[in-house]
Structures are given as structure tokens and as C-alpha cells.
Design a binder for this molecule. Structure first.
Ligand code: AMP
Ligand code: ZN
Ligand code: FE
Ligand code: FE
Length: 286
């Protein structure tokens, strides 16, 4: 018998091998069933390509599915990840922006490979091979990490992220420059609900400030990911207070990446009533 948790728990932040997770959308659905979740959102980086597979697999397992995207944005020099729930899938301006973001990711990967190849033996073909083993639509540092691990330079993705691929390494480049406020407005225009991802992640130089939260909220931010395995306890308290003041919805999620990261599916989650609110506000609620 599989283990059953309390009903009405949803993991609203997961990545499949359509971006930089290691399991397929259908496998995430099967695992969500196994760990006793009532449903999940698929939030691959800058793509909606996994939605249909996840939707069908969720239905097969009797689970609820919420379509999502994790959008790569920046506010000045600050990298800001936005979880976007339920936008209209074929809203042209959003899909055009996703195309642009995925292209920027490829160009960025190419330049990072050029920089890395000064000190490591690796090339573009090795990355292409890595991307083509699955159905990856969105290239990122985790794929560069896989190439470096396979070449024997590092133990695993985390080891590569701590060293050659860290944001302070000379090989690093940001994934793109897509203004956070523009992104929030675009998402709202497309019927989506934007939630600020991991606002107090320990890898950031500093947490998202209250002032920035107010700026994002004025542009249309709808929620904040208060419970995330990487949020620092001492950093999240003021963010929680400010979210309350601003009337933002609060979510919890694992940021599952399969075997690519230690985060376990369902280790943080969102209750039924919060999912219901999000669903009532979006163009594509399932
Ligand atoms: P990128 O967007 O290409 O800069 O890559 C960032 C992605 O890599 C995010 O989705 C992170 O969750 C993921 N990531 C960050 N740290 C690690 C790690 N230590 N191991 C595996 N993946 C990581
Ligand atoms: Zn990721
Ligand atoms: Fe993120
Ligand atoms: Fe993520």
C-alpha cells in the first residue's frame, strides 16, 4: 500500500525533463500519487511543452493538475524567478516571450561553454547530446553540470553548482534579461497568476526586500512561495509579514528536479483552499 498523507495537499513547483528535471511529466504524476499528494503543478523553466503529458498522467492517477511555468526574469542585476499559474496556453505574446527566453538560454549556454572550455575539456556537441537524450526544451546550468559530471570533473549537479557553475564563478552568465515588472504584466494580460518563487533562498546574496515586494505587488504579483526547502528561516519572516500586509497568496512547494537536486516531491505543499483561489483567478485552471 502506498503511504497516504492528509487530503488536499498540492506541490505547486516541479520540473520535468522538458526543462532541467530528470523525470518525465508522467513520472512526476506517478510519484505524486505515490507520496500521497492530491495534485501538482508542472512549472518547467520557460516552456509549456510538458503540460499535456502531465495533464493526462494526472487524470490517469486521479490527481488534480495545475499548469504552470517558472519564468526567468531580472530586476536590474537581481535574478527573479516567477511561478506562473494557469495562463492561456496559446496566448501569442507570452509564447513569443518564452521562445525568446529559450533562445537566450541556448546563447548563454554556448557562451558559458566557451568560457568553461578554457579550463575544462568540453564542447557544444557534448551539450547538444545531453539535451537530445531527453525532450529538453529549455537549456540551463543543470545540463552543463551533467556534461561536467559525465566528463568526470564533479560528483553530481550540486558539486558543479557549488564550484564551476556558481553565480560567482568566472564562467557564469545570467540566463536572460527579461524585466520582472514587464513579465508580471504580460502574465496577467494572458490570464495567468504570478507568484514570486523562493524569495528567501539561501543561495541569494540577500532576500527579496519588502520594498521590492510592494513594487511587484503594484505591478500585479499575486502570491509568494513562503514555504520552499531553500528559503532561509530568518529571511522569510519579514517576507511573510509583508505578504500578509499586501494580501498576497502564500504557497508551499518542493521545487522538485527528480534526481537533479536533493528536494523531494511534496516535502512542502499548498493546501486545497489556496489552490481553489488560484484556480478561480486564471484562464487555464487545469
Ligand atoms: P539556470 O536557470 O540555468 O541558471 O539554472 C538554475 C536552475 O538550476 C534552477 O532551477 C535550480 O533549481 C537548479 N539548481 C540550482 N542549484 C542546483 C544544484 N545544487 N543542483 C541541481 N540543480 C540546481
Ligand atoms: Zn530548474
Ligand atoms: Fe527557481
Ligand atoms: Fe524551480
Amino acid at each position: 500500500m502506498t503511504n497516504r498523507a492528509a487530503p488536499g495537499r498540492y506541490d505547486l513547483h516541479t520540473h520535468s525533463n522538458v526543462s532541467d528535471g530528470t523525470t518525465s511529466p508522467a513520472e512526476i504524476a506517478a510519484e505524486a500519487k505515490e507520496v500521497g499528494l492530491s495534485g501538482f503543478a508542472l512549472t518547467d523553466h520557460d516552456t509549456t511543452d510538458g503540460w499535456e503529458e502531465a495533464r493526462q498522467a494526472a487524470a490517469h492517477h486521479g490527481l488534480e493538475f495545475l499548469p504552470g511555468i517558472e519564468l526567468t526574469t531580472s530586476y536590474g542585476p537581481k535574478s527573479v524567478h516567477l511561478l506562473v499559474y494557469g495562463p492561456e496556453e496559446h496566448y501569442e505574446p507570452l509564447q513569443a516571450q518564452l521562445d525568446w527566453l529559450r533562445n537566450s538560454r541556448l546563447e548563454r549556454a554556448s557562451e558559458m561553454i566557451r568560457r568553461l572550455s578554457i579550463d575544462y575539456t568540453l564542447d557544444w556537441d557534448m551539450l547538444l547530446e545531453e539535451l537530445q537524450t531527453g525532450k529538453v526544451q529549455s537549456a540551463g546550468r543543470p545540463h552543463l553540470a551533467d556534461v561536467l559530471v559525465e566528463a568526470g570533473y564533479f560528483r553530481d549537479r550540486s558539486h558543479a553548482f557549488e564550484t564551476a557553475l556558481s553565480t560567482t564563478s568566472p564562467y557564469y552568465l545570467p540566463a536572460s534579461y527579461f524585466d520582472t515588472l514587464e513579465a508580471i504584466r504580460l502574465v496577467r494580460d494572458g490570464g495567468g497568476f504570478p507568484v514570486l518563487a523562493h524569495p528567501a533562498a539561501f543561495r541569494m546574496k540577500a532576500p527579496i526586500s519588502r520594498e521590492l515586494m510592494r513594487t511587484f505587488a503594484r505591478a500585479g504579483l499575486g502570491g509568494v512561495e513562503i514555504r520552499h526547502p531553500e528559503n532561509r528561516g530568518d529571511w522569510i519572516t519579514p517576507i511573510h509579514d509583508e505578504a500578509n500586509r499586501l494580501g498576497l497568496i502564500m504557497t508551499g512547494a518542493s521545487d522538485y528536479h527528480g534526481a537533479g537536486k536533493p528536494n523531494r516531491l511534496g516535502e512542502e505543499s499548498t493546501p486545497q483552499e489556496t489552490l481553489d483561489i488560484i484556480r478561480s483567478l486564471v484562464a487555464t485552471p487545469r
